[in-house]
Design a protein around this ligand. Structure first.
Ligand code: FAD
Length: 564
C-alpha cells in the first residue's frame, strides 16, 4: 500500500530525504514544505555571490518546484511553513505564507529538516542598525542590493566562523573595506591558536581589519561599539556569530530535545516519536571521540543522514558511526582543513594526548607550485590513537585531512599512518606524503625517541635566556633568527659540538623542524640528554609571534620574521 511522507525543510537534508524516498519507491506520496521561496539552493555558495564569483542570485538555486514534480514526482511547496504537528492525529498544520491560508496534511511518516538559525543577540541598538544575516538566497540578495545601493564606506562582519570569514573575503574581493570582529582570541575555532595565526596574518595581509578578543556591546548610528571602547564606523553590519538548531517546531510538538538544545534522535535518526525522523543542523549527533552529543552544522552530514532516514523508512539497514566534524575553508590564498578534536575541545575532556607539528612541502620541492603545508596531528597517550588533525597551506590540505578523517573513523593509530600506501608523483605529493611524515614524527614522540618543545613556549624561553641553537644555513640566519640564539649550521654541527654545553637544556630549531630533528639525534648520540626539537620550526614560530607581537604590541624575539 502506498504511504504518505511529509518533509519539513527543502534544502540540504529535506531535499535529499525527499529525493531518496522517491528513488526507493514510485508509489508513495511525498510532499516537501519550505517556508522560503526557494528549495534546494546552495547555502555554501551564498558568500561567493558578494564577490561576483557566482554571477547571479538565481544561479544559487539548484532545483525548482517544477523540476521536483517533473523529475521526481515530489510536491515541493515553497512559501509554505509547517506551523505545528499533531502527533496523535498524525497531521501537520501548514500556513501558505503568500495567501495566509492555513491547512492540514496527514502523514504516515514525517521528516524534519528545518536547519539552524543565525544567532542574533539583543545587543542595544540592534533594532535601528542595518544588520544582515546570511542563511538563504533571499538574505544574500537583500544584502547585495543594499551594498550596491548605499555603497558603504565600511562593512563590519561580526563573528569569525567560516561564514563570517567567507563573507569578509568575498566583500574584500568586491573592493569593500571590511572590519571583522571576533569575541574569542581567534577566528575559526576548528583550528588551534598556534595554527590559526597563519590565517590571522592572511586576513590582515589582504586588508581585513581583524579585531579579536573584543565584543560588540552596542550599535550606534552607522557605528559598531566594542567592549574595548573602540567604535567602528560602518553603514552595514553582517552578523555571523553562529547558528542555533531550529528545534522550536519539534519542541512545541513535545518531541524530546537534547542537552545541546537540538532535536534528540536515536541511531536511526528517529525522534522519540516512532513516526517522526529528524536530520541536519537541527539534530544533535554523537561524537565517539568526546563520547558525548554535540551540534554539527555541515552539509555533508545532513545529506548522509537524509539518505539513512529514507533507507530506514524502507527497512534497509542504517549504520551510525557517530560524527567527528571534518571541514575545510578557503581564506584568501590559504586553505585550512581540520578533523576530529583540537586542543580547545581536549582542554575540557579527560583525555591524555600529545601532538606534533610538521611543515613539509605539499609536493616534491622541485615542482614550481610546491608549497609548505603546516600540519598538526593530535593523538591519544598511550595508545597513539589519532584524535584530530589540522592542515593549513596554499595547496591541497583537504586531501591530507580526508586521509586522517578516514583513519579516525577506522580507529587508526599514528603507527598506521607510517605505512599508508598513498598515491605519488611529483606534481601531487611526495613519496613519503605529509601524512606518512606525521606518522613517523608522532611515533618518535610517542616512543620518546626524542623530545620536542612547542613554539608557543619559545617566547618565555627566549626571555629566560635559554640555550637556543639555530642549525639553518648562513643565508637563512641572515634573513632572520631568534635573538641571542647560537648559530651552528647542521653541516658544521659535528665539528663544532664542543661549542654546545652539556650542562644546559638545548632547544634546537631549523626552518621546519626536520633538520633540527637530525641535530637533536646527533647530539643525543653524543651524550646530550636534555635536547628539544622546536616543533613547527622557525616558520611556525614567526607566524605565532607575528600576530601576538602586533596585537599585544610586544618586543619581538626574532631579528626579522621570515615567511618566505
Ligand atoms: P538547511 O539547509 O538550512 O535547510 C532548512 C530549511 O528548512 C530552510 O530553508 C528553512 O527555511 C526551512 N524551514 C525551517 N523551518 C521550517 C518550517 N517550519 N516549515 C517549512 N520550512 C522550514 N556546510 C558545509 O559543509 N560546507 C560549507 O562550505 C558550508 N558553507 C555554508 C555557508 C553558508 C553561508 C551557510 C548559511 C551554511 C553553510 N554550510 C556549509 C552549512 C550547510 O549549508 C548546512 O549544514 C546544511 O544546509 C544543513 O542542512 P539542513 O537541511 O539541516 O538545513
Amino acid at each position: 500500500m502506498s504511504k504518505k511522507y511529509l518533509v519539513v525543510g527543502g534544502v540540504a537534508g529535506g531535499a535529499s530525504t525527499a529525493a531518496r524516498l522517491r528513488r526507493l519507491s514510485e508509489d508513495d506520496e511525498i510532499i516537501m514544505f519550505e517556508k522560503g521561496p526557494h528549495v534546494s539552493f546552495s547555502n555554501c555558495c551564498l558568500p561567493y555571490y558578494l564577490s561576483g564569483t557566482v554571477k547571479k542570485a538565481e544561479d544559487l538555486v539548484l532545483m525548482t518546484p517544477e523540476k521536483f514534480i517533473n523529475q521526481y514526482n515530489i510536491d515541493a511547496r515553497v512559501n509554505n511553513e509547517v506551523i505545528s504537528i499533531d502527533r496523535e492525529k498524525k497531521l501537520v498544520e501548514v500556513k501558505n505564507l503568500l495567501t495566509n491560508e492555513v491547512y492540514t496534511e496527514n502523514y504516515d511518516k514525517l521528516i524534519l529538516s528545518p536547519g539552524a538559525k543565525p544567532v542574533k543577540p539583543p545587543i542595544p541598538g540592534i533594532e535601528n542598525a542595518n544588520v544582515f544575516t546570511v542563511r538563504n538566497v533571499v538574505d544574500i540578495d537583500k544584502l547585495k542590493k543594499e551594498i550596491d545601493k548605499i555603497k558603504p564606506s565600511r562593512i563590519t562582519v561580526i563573528g569569525g566562523g567560516f561564514i563570517g570569514i567567507e563573507v569578509a573575503e568575498n566583500l574584500i574581493e568586491a573592493g569593500h573595506k571590511v572590519s571583522l570582529v571576533e569575541a574569542l582570541p581567534q577566528v575559526l575555532n576548528q583550528f588551534d591558536y598556534d595554527m590559526v595565526q597563519i590565517l590571522h596574518k592572511e586576513l590582515i595581509d589582504n586588508g581585513v581589519e581583524l579585531i579579536v578578543d573584543d565584543k560588540v556591546t552596542a550599535f550606534d548610528t552607522n557605528a559598531v561599539v566594542l567592549e574595548s571602547g573602540k567604535k567602528i564606523s560602518s553603514e552595514i553590519v553582517i552578523m555571523g556569530i553562529g547558528v542555533k538548531p531550529d528545534s522550536n517546531l519539534a519542541k512545541n510538538a513535545g518531541l524530546k530535545i537534547g542537552d545541546t538544545g537540538a532535536i534528540w534522535v536515536d541511531h536511526n535518526y528517529k525522534t522519540d516519536d516512532t513516526d517522526i525522523y529528524a536530520v541536519g543542523d537541527a539534530i544533535q549527533v554523537y561524537s565517539p571521540l568526546m563520547r558525548d552529543y554535540f551540534s554539527l552544522a555541515l552539509a555533508g552530514p545532513a545529506q548522509k543522514q537524509a539518505r539513512a532516514v529514507a533507507n530506514h523508512i524502507h527497512e534497509m539497514p542504517v549504520s551510525y558511526w557517530g560524527y567527528i566534524g571534518s571541514s575545510v575553508v578557503k581564506v584568501f590564498g590559504y586553505n585550512g582543513a581540520a578533523t576530529g578534536l583540537n586542543e580547545h575541545t581536549l582542554a575540557k575532556l579527560d583525555i591524555k594526548y600529545d601532538f606534533v607539528k610538521i611543515v613539509p612541502k605539499d609536493k616534491v620541492g622541485l615542482m614550481p607550485d610546491s608549497e609548505e603545508l603546516h600540519f598538526k596531528i593530535i593523538f591519544e597517550i598511550p595508545t597513539g590513537r589519532i584524535i584530530g588533525a589540522q592542515a593549513i597551506g596554499k595547496g591541497n590540505v583537504d586531501k591530507r585531512i580526508d586521509v586522517i578523517a578516514t583513519m579516525i573513523t577506522a580507529k587508526g593509530t599514528i603507527e598506521h599512518l607510517k605505512d599508508l600506501e598513498l598515491c605519488y608523483a611529483p606534481p601531487f605529493g611526495s613519496a613519503k606524503d605529509v601524512v606518512n611524515m606525521a606518522g613517523y614524527v608522532a611515533s618518535n614522540v610517542l616512543h620518546e625517541t626524542f623530545k620536542q618543545i612547542q613554539i608557543t613556549e619559545m617566547h618565555k624561553l627566549v626571555e629566560n635566556n635559554a640555550f637556543i641553537l639555530d642549525v639553518r644555513e648562513q643565508d637563512e640566519w641572515d634573513e632572520g633568527h631568534i635573538i641571542n640564539a647560537k648559530h651552528i649550521p647542521l653541516s658544521e654541527l659535528r665539528k663544532r659540538m664542543n661549542e654546545i654545553p652539556k650542562s644546559e637544556l638545548i632547544y634546537i630549531y631549523c626552518r621546519s623542524g626536520q633538520r633540527s630533528y637530525n641535530a637533536v639525534l646527533a647530539l643525543q648520540h653524543n651524550g646530550y640528554t636534555d635536547v628539544y626539537n622546536v616543533s613547527g620550526g622557525f616558520i611556525g614560530l614567526c607566524y605565532n609571534e607575528y600576530f601576538l607581537d602586533k596585537t599585544l604590541n610586544r618586543k619581538p624575539i626574532v631579528t626579522e620574521y621570515d615567511f618566505t
